[in-house]
Design a binder for this molecule. Sequence first.
Ligand SMILES: Nc1nc2c(ncn2[C@@H]2O[C@H](COP(=O)(O)OP(=O)(O)OP(=O)(O)O)[C@@H](O)[C@H]2O)c(=O)[nH]1
Ligand SMILES: [Mg+2]
Length: 195
Amino acid sequence: MIIKQAELEAVTAKKNQYPEDNLKEIAFAGRSNVGKSSLLNLLTGRKKLARVSGSPGKTRTINFYLVNDAFRIVDLPGYGYAKLSKSVTENWGAMMETYFQNRQGLKKVIQLVDIRHKPSAQDVQMYEYLRHYGLDGIVVCTKADKVSRNEAAKNIAMIRKTLDLSKDDKVIPISSLKRTGYEALLDEIEALLED
Ligand SMILES: Nc1nc2c(ncn2[C@@H]2O[C@H](COP(=O)(O)OP(=O)(O)OP(=O)(O)O)[C@@H](O)[C@H]2O)c(=O)[nH]1
Ligand SMILES: [Mg+2]
């Protein structure tokens, strides 16, 4: 699949701000700073489409990106950033729940984890949550440029085990910095959209 066009369609904190539920959507979930916005920019070939930041907690809204006028990629707010206040954290849970429960067009939530680290308790919880909603099945390991090939293979096995993935679950290592690995993800997204 080739992404020819992408634009920010809506920045939302509430359900009544969502765009009309008329297209298929693929969302990105993961802890703050894991690289969700960077991946979105890589896939769309637009370096500044989504805001990337060295300070975690940048994306705190559900951002809908219209792609090729045909489907949406949805950048979800990151979790696990300790410095955010309790009210912000509680609001995060409510926001996710509302989106997951009410969105007909939502086909898959791609979970992002850092290839260098064992998934956190919150990552595990997030993946279980996705499984509960039937939105699981694809995990992207970000920042693949930070490890050697050997380490990558070892860490992917560890990530599979920690998230308790099944054989059919896909794990795709990607580097947004080096621009590698994303073709495999685009193929998966294409298959989801054809379904
Ligand atoms: N080395 C390397 N750094 C990356 C990669 N992807 C993202 N980063 C860096 O990681 C930091 C966070 O990236 P973002 O894309 O803003 O992360 P996010 O998941 O959108 O973060 P929140 O919006 O806070 O949830 C930035 O400093 C990026 O430059 C990658 O593939 N390799
Ligand atoms: Mg972000």
